[in-house]
Structure formats: structure tokens, C-alpha cells
Design a protein around this ligand. Sequence first.
Ligand SMILES: Cc1cc2nc3c(=O)[nH]c(=O)nc-3n(C[C@H](O)[C@H](O)[C@H](O)COP(=O)(O)OP(=O)(O)OC[C@H]3O[C@@H](n4cnc5c(N)ncnc54)[C@H](O)[C@@H]3O)c2cc1C
Length: 406
Amino acid sequence: MKRVLVVVGHGMVGHRLVQEVRERDRADDWRVVVLAAESHAAYDRIALSAYARGADPTELVLDGASFTADDRVEVRRATPVTRIDRVAAAVVTADGARTPYDALVLATGARPFVPPVPGHDLPGCHVYRTLDDVAAIRERARSGRPAVVIGGGLLGVEAAGALAALGMFPEVVEAAPWLMAVQLDEGGGRLLGRLVDGLGVRPRCGIGLSSVDAGADGRVRSVTLADGQVVPADLVVFATGVRPCDELAVDADLPTGERGGFLVDARCRTPDPRVWAVGDCAAVEGRCHGLVAPGYRMAAMVARELCDDGDGGAFTDPDLSTKLKLLGVEVGSFGDAHARSEGAMEFIRSDRGGARYAKLVLDGETGALLGGVLAGDTAAYATLHSLLGSPLPGPPHELLDPACPL
Ligand SMILES: Cc1cc2nc3c(=O)[nH]c(=O)nc-3n(C[C@H](O)[C@H](O)[C@H](O)COP(=O)(O)OP(=O)(O)OC[C@H]3O[C@@H](n4cnc5c(N)ncnc54)[C@H](O)[C@@H]3O)c2cc1C
């Protein structure tokens, strides 16, 4: 008799996990049941901005998302899991049905965090995580009208670019001194500010949000900043971080990390030998990652373990490299972009016109490449990224030449 693997959540990582299991399950051991809260077929969340800019949502559907040709996989959409009964080894869904499992993988992802400022829930306030969120933004956006994005991280910059593409005049409010401050150093962040300005997105950095304000119709009309400035806005998008979807842990008595997420070890195992967590919802040794590449590694690791397909290894050193996906704005960072490693040395170049900026971070002792920032031109990104951890094949300035000619 086949064993039943239940996967909760059919996002990017949940889907990858199912694919990995189907590929590795040579003994045809598993029947897979995927329980998905969203009503859409699993889609490329990273490409959500393409939908915001007008792409058809079907273009975002992940390869093989419906598993129509695979009778070992059943995907139940719009069927959120509401409870895990670990004693009976079964999950309960919102429709009241119980699905028993031999193995359970939680891949519930994350949801946007909205700071509880006054007015945060007014009509006209949006978040940017799902196809439905973006559909609501598309419906509300009016060409020629002002909008405000709260949060100037990767997501906020992308959301603002999408609003500009919809004809709005977005401003980005960011408490840090420059945009994408987690990924970029000051040189890269300031150049990014100038580049997005050129696309009609106005950055307002180094300032917090005080409130979202309503007009006479009860809808969003403006935001008030910490210094009292009032910025007009027909539409507000919060891009102020995410929190792991870990509510199922409470009833199931599964531990969570200090900052949320199902607490798992370096092999993505919860203390229950039948339950794993992968992707944005997993606090691996206490830490959530919020990026897809680490999630894919977790998926591969767990699939190998489930299928007895060699040693999946442990989760170490996640790849936190990021590249902004905004048409006309090239920005990326990889490795130790802020040169925080001990003994790190920085090589920085910016061209005379101020349109390009590049930085390499090297180990002062071994000369190995530890990280870097590219802004204005990311053509060298793949090459440099592939050299991470290795000594450079030539002097740093030669490598930076293509990214940032003098
Ligand atoms: C616009 C945008 C751009 C991004 N760009 C990048 C990028 O450039 N690089 C990068 O690495 N990452 C990026 N990310 C983050 C990336 O999308 C996530 O890291 C990735 O989607 C995580 O996959 P996941 O499967 O863990 O979670 P998710 O994709 O969030 O999927 C989780 C799924 O589980 C479902 N679910 C939740 N609870 C339940 C339940 N109780 N029952 C059933 N189903 C449930 C959710 O509805 C959801 O469909 C971006 C995100 C956004 C929104």
C-alpha cells in the first residue's frame, strides 16, 4: 500500500517539493495530496510584477502545476488546512474533511506584515503578495493619480515600479537612509534612488510613516509622515516585510522560532518525525529566509529524505543573492554585500556620469570573493556570483571594467 504525503500550501516551494518527490520516488512509494489555500494553480510569485504590469495570470502558472497527467498527485485548491491532528496523523481542512498522512510537509509560506499605524486598513490600502492582491491593485489604480508605497525594500521598489507602469505617480516612503538597504550599500542604494526617480518613482528615504488618512468618502486620500508632511495618495501599498504563516503550530503543539515560523532543524524536521516545514514558513534552526533559493534547497533536501534518495545533507549557508526585477533598473547584490566579514576589503568603482556603481568584497587574507553590489549594469552579475568563495581570476578592477567602465 502506498504511503500518503500531505503537502500544506502550493506556493513556489511546495510545488518544487512535490516535483522533487515525484522525480526521486523511484519505488513509487508515495501518493501525494496537496492542500492549497489559494484558488489559482501554483504560480511564480516572483514574477507577480509582470501581472501588475498587465501580463495574463496564466503566464505565471508554474510548469506542471496541475499534475493532470500524474495520478499519484492530487491537488485540492481553495482548501486551506485549519488544523493538524498529530495524534491521529491527519489534517483537517476548512470544509471539515480529514486527510490522514504518513508524512506531512508544511509549505504555508508567508504573509505581508502591515504595521498597525492609524488608517492602515482603510479602503485603498493594499499589500503585494498574491495574484488576488495584485488584481485588487490593478482594479483600483487610476492613471495620473498619486500613490504611496510604504517600504523601500526589494518588494516596495517593485510595487512602485508596477504602479508607475499603471500610469500612477508613486512615492516610496522608507525609514532607512536609502532604498533596498538590506541588500545594497550606500553607493548602490543612492544610485538606485536616482534610477527609479527616472522612471517616475519618487523615493522619500530616512522618514517613517505616521498615519494613513481618509478623505470625506472614507477612502485613502493621503499619508502623513513622521515629520508632519502630508503626501497625497489615492492608493497605498504596504511592502513592510512578511511574517511566516505558522498559525497551525499552536493547536498542533509544534514549536515556532523566536520571530515566528515552524521551528525545524538543519534538515527541516520538526520534533515530530512525521512532520517537516520548508520555504518561507520554516524557521531553520530559528531563522526564516523569505527567498526562494533557500526554499528550493529545503525542498530538495526533504524530498531526498522522504524518498530515501541518499543523504540530503543539512541546510547551511543559504544563497541570499537578489536582483531587482524592474524594467530599466539594473541592481543586484550577492554574498557579503555590506563587507561585514572579518578582514573584508572593498573595491568600489563608479563611472563618471554616476550611472553605474560596482563593488566587490574580498577576503583580505585569501583574496576570495565574498560578495558584491552592482547598480546601473548587472551584466557581470552571473559571472561574479559564480566566483563567490573563489579567488578572483584577475585584478578586481579588471573584473569591474565590464560592469563599470571608467
Ligand atoms: C512580488 C514579489 C517578488 C519577489 N521577488 C523575489 C525575488 O526576486 N527573489 C526571491 O528569492 N524571492 C522573491 N520573493 C519571495 C518569494 O516569492 C518567496 O520566497 C517564495 O514564494 C516562497 O515560497 P513558499 O512556497 O515558501 O511560500 P508562498 O509562495 O507564500 O506559498 C505558500 C502557499 O501556501 C498557502 N497556504 C498558507 N497557509 C495555508 C493553509 N493553512 N492551508 C493551505 N495552504 C496554505 C498560501 O496561500 C500560499 O499559496 C518575492 C515575493 C513577491 C511577493
